[in-house]
Design a protein around this ligand. Structure first.
Ligand SMILES: *[C@@H]1O[C@H](CO)[C@@H](O)[C@H](O)[C@H]1NC(C)=O
Ligand SMILES: *[C@@H]1O[C@H](CO)[C@@H](O)[C@H](O)[C@H]1NC(C)=O
Ligand SMILES: *[C@@H]1O[C@H](CO)[C@@H](O)[C@H](O)[C@H]1NC(C)=O
Ligand SMILES: *[C@@H]1O[C@H](CO)[C@@H](O)[C@H](O)[C@H]1NC(C)=O
Ligand SMILES: *[C@@H]1O[C@H](CO)[C@@H](O)[C@H](O)[C@H]1NC(C)=O
Length: 553
C-alpha cells in the first residue's frame, strides 16, 4: 500500500518528464527545420484541409506500375523555338518590369505579372545585338545554321562563345544531383554550354574518382566522355590571381617596395605583387586551417572570378534556356533576397559574373578581407556601400525562385501558377492535397481536357497487356492518382525554380517535381520533346530510380 502511491507518483513524474522532453524535442526540431527550410512543418497537426481524408481501403490500394502517367496530354514544346544563340536579354527592361523603380519597388511583390510578362513577351526583352555579334567574334565559330547538332560522339560546335555553368557538391550523388543535371540537359543550349560539377576534396580527397564509380552518376558517364559534364576537384586555393589593375593597390600601400629576398611586394591587405608582376589575393595559413562552414558561399565567388559564367546551387532546377541572360557583355547578376527592400540584399543561389573582372576581383577581395565571409547579404551590403551594386544587377525572385515571396511576406496581385504556398508543396501528390491546396487559383483559362471520363477510370492508357491487370487499377483507390499538372504550367516564364534544400525528401508520385522528372526521362529516352520542341540527340540516359516508399507492385 505504502509503496503504491510513490510508485504511482514516480510514474506520473516520469510521464510528465517524458512529456516535457517530447515538447522540447518537437520545439527544437521545428526551430532547426525552420532554419533549414524557412517554414515549419508540423507533422502532428498538418492543416486539416491539406490531409488526405482516410479512405476506407488501404491507401496504396492500387498497383503503382499500372498508374497512368497523367490525366492530360502534356504539351511539351511550350516554350516555342529556342532563342537564337546570339540572343541578349535586356536587363534594364527585365528589372523595370519585375521590380519597378529602384526606390519605389512598385512591382517587386507582384510575381504573377512578372511571370506573365516573361512567358509572353520575349520579343520585348530579347534582342540580337547589331554590333559585336557574339557568333561573329571569331572565325572559328561555325555559322549558326551550319552548326551540327550534338550526336553520340560529339557535343557539336557552338556558333559563339561557350558559357560555363557551375555547381558545387559534397558527398555521393543522390537523385537531387541527377535532377539538377537532367534539368540542365532538358533545357540548356548544350553545344554552347558546359556543366562544371565542383566536388569538395578538402573533406573528401577522392571525390572525383568516387563520383566516376557512383551508381547514380553512372547514367552520365557518357556525357562526361562527350564533354558536356566536367568533374572538377574543389580545393580551397591558397592564393587567387587578380587581373593586374591599379585598383589592386590600396592607398596606404602605395609606397611599398619589393622584399629584397623574394621580390614580393605587399600592395594591400592580403594582396601581393610577385616579382614577375602578377598580382594575387593570398589567404593566410590561419584562414586555410579554419575554413568557414559555409564553404559553398565562397566557392561560387572564387569559381566565377576564375571561370566566369553561371553558378547555380544544386537545389535549383533549370526551366528555361539561360544563355540570353549570360551572353551580354555586362551580365553580372544575382537574385534579390526574397522581397527584402534593401538594394544590397542579394541572394547568390543563382549568380553570374564575368571572369577576371573588376567586379569579381572586388567581391573576392571583400569576402576574403571579412574573414572568408561570403554570406550574400553581407557581401551585397558591402557592394552597395561602396557603390558597386550598379554593376551587379539584382533580379527579382520571379526569375529564379517564384514562390519565395509567397509564404512569409505580403504578396501583391495574384498568386503564381501554380500557387504553391510553401516549399513542401512541390513534393506533394496525395489526392487530398491536390484537391484542397488551391494551386490553380490563378488559372482562368480553359481547363485542359482530361483524357479519361471521370466515371470510368479503370483504364487503358498505354494498352495494358491483359484484362485482369487492366481491372486492377482503380483511380478511386489511388493515394497518388494522376492529375492535370504539366511542366507547361509550372512557373512558366521563370528561368529556374529553387527547391530550397530538403535534400532527404522524395517527391510523391504525381507531385509537381514528379511531373518534371517524367518530362526529363521522356525526353532523354527520345520519347518526348523538350520545352523547345527538340528531340534528344545523344545516347539514352538512364531513368530515375523509383522511390520504394511510394510503390506497390
Ligand atoms: C532595353 O530596355 C530599356 C528600358 O525599357 C529601353 O529603354 C532600351 O531601349 C532597351 N534596349 C534595347 C537594346 O532594346
Ligand atoms: C557527330 O558530330 C560531329 C561534330 O558535329 C561530326 O563531325 C560527326 O561526323 C558526327 N558523327 C556522326 C556519327 O554523325
Ligand atoms: C582569369 O585569369 C586567370 C589567371 O590570370 C587565367 O588563368 C584564366 O584563364 C582567366 N579566366 C578567363 C575566363 O579568362
Ligand atoms: C486542373 O484541375 C483542377 C481541378 O482539379 C482545375 O481547377 C484546374 O483548372 C485544372 N487545370 C488545368 C490547367 O486544366
Ligand atoms: C547512339 O548510341 C545509342 C546507344 O546509346 C545507339 O542506340 C544509337 O544507335 C547511336 N546513334 C548513332 C547515330 O550512332
Amino acid at each position: 500500500m505504502e509503496s503504491s502511491k510513490p510508485a504511482c507518483h514516480r510514474s506520473f513524474l516520469l510521464l510528465r518528464n517524458l512529456f516535457y522532453v517530447g515538447i522540447t524535442y518537437a520545439l527544437t526540431a521545428s526551430i532547426i527545420h525552420l532554419f533549414q527550410n524557412g517554414y515549419i512543418h508540423d507533422r502532428l497537426h498538418p492543416p486539416s484541409d491539406l490531409i488526405a481524408k482516410p479512405t476506407p481501403t488501404p491507401t496504396l490500394g492500387v498497383i503503382s506500375r499500372l498508374r497512368p502517367e497523367s490525366l492530360v496530354i502534356p504539351q511539351d514544346d511550350f516554350l516555342g523555338k529556342r532563342p537564337h544563340a546570339d540572343t541578349y536579354a535586356n536587363f534594364t527592361r527585365l528589372i523595370e518590369v519585375c521590380r519597378g523603380s529602384l526606390t519605389g519597388l512598385e512591382k517587386m511583390r507582384n510575381v504573377y505579372d512578372c511571370l506573365k510578362y516573361l512567358a509572353g513577351r520575349e520579343s520585348e526583352y530579347y534582342f540580337i545585338p547589331t554590333t559585336n555579334v557574339p557568333s561573329k567574334l571569331s572565325k572559328d565559330y561555325p555559322e549558326i545554321d551550319k552548326a551540327q547538332k550534338p550526336n553520340n560522339s560529339s557535343i557539336g560546335p557552338c556558333p559563339g562563345p561557350i558559357i560555363p555553368y557551375h555547381t558545387y557538391w559534397t558527398g555521393p550523388a543522390t537523385w537531387r544531383v541527377e535532377f539538377f543535371i537532367k534539368g540542365y540537359l532538358h533545357t540548356q543550349n548544350l553545344a554552347c554550354s558546359r556543366l562544371y560539377l565542383w566536388l569538395d576534396t578538402d573533406a573528401h580527397p577522392f571525390a572525383v574518382p568516387d563520383m566516376m564509380r557512383d551508381p547514380i552518376f553512372a547514367k552520365f558517364l557518357l556525357l562526361v566522355e562527350r564533354g558536356d559534364i566536367i568533374l572538377k576537384e574543389w580545393k580551397f586555393p591558397s592564393r587567387i590571381p587578380l587581373p593586374k589593375s591599379p585598383e589592386n593597390v590600396e592607398p596606404r600601400y602605395i609606397d611599398a617596395t619589393p622584399d629584397p629576398v623574394t621580390g614580393v611586394t605587399v600592395i594591400g591587405d592580403g594582396v601581393i605583387r610577385e616579382a614577375d608582376g602578377s598580382e594575387w589575393v593570398v589567404l593566410t595559413p590561419r584562414q586555410l586551417t579554419f575554413l568557414p562552414v559555409a564553404v559553398s558561399d565562397a566557392v561560387r565567388f572564387i569559381v566565377l572570378h576564375l571561370w566566369g559564367g553561371l553558378y547555380c546551387d544544386m537545389d535549383v532546377l533549370m526551366l528555361r534556356d539561360m544563355r540570353p541572360i549570360l551572353l551580354p557583355p555586362e551580365h553580372a547578376f544575382a537574385e534579390r533576397w526574397a522581397v527584402h527592400t534593401h538594394p544590397g540584399d542579394y541572394n547568390t543561389a543563382v549568380m553570374s559574373l564575368s571572369a577576371n573582372s573588376s567586379l569579381s576581383s572586388y567581391l573576392l577581395r571583400g569576402g576574403v578581407r571579412m574573414g572568408i565571409n561570403f554570406h550574400p547579404r553581407i557581401i551585397g551590403r558591402m557592394a552597395w556601400k561602396d557603390g558597386r551594386n550598379e554593376e551587379f544587377a539584382m533580379f527579382e525572385t520571379g526569375l529564379f525562385d517564384p514562390i519565395w515571396g509567397e509564404f512569409n511576406w505580403g504578396r501583391e496581385g495574384r498568386c503564381s501558377i501554380p500557387c504553391l504556398r510553401d516549399y513542401n508543396a512541390a513534393f506533394m501528390g496525395e489526392v487530398g492535397y491536390v484537391k484542397n491546396s488551391g494551386e490553380w487559383e490563378s488559372w482562368d483559362r480553359e481547363q485542359l481536357k482530361e483524357i479519361l471520363p471521370r466515371e470510368k477510370r479503370e483504364f487503358v492508357l498505354r494498352g495494358l497487356p491483359r484484362l485482369e491487370e487492366r481491372e486492377k487499377y482503380d483511380i478511386s483507390l489511388d493515394l497518388y492518382p494522376p492529375n492535370n499538372r504539366t511542366m507547361a504550367n509550372f512557373f512558366r516564364g521563370a528561368y529556374t525554380y529553387h527547391i530550397h534544400n530538403q535534400w532527404k525528401k522524395h517527391p510523391q508520385p504525381n507531385s509537381w517535381l514528379d511531373v518534371v522528372m517524367k518530362a526529363h526521362d521522356g525526353f532523354l529516352a527520345k520519347k518526348r520533346k523538350n520545352p523547345y520542341g527538340e528531340m534528344w540527340e545523344g545516347f539514352e540516359v538512364g531513368r530515375y530510380e523509383r522511390f520504394m516508399e511510394f510503390e506497390n507492385f
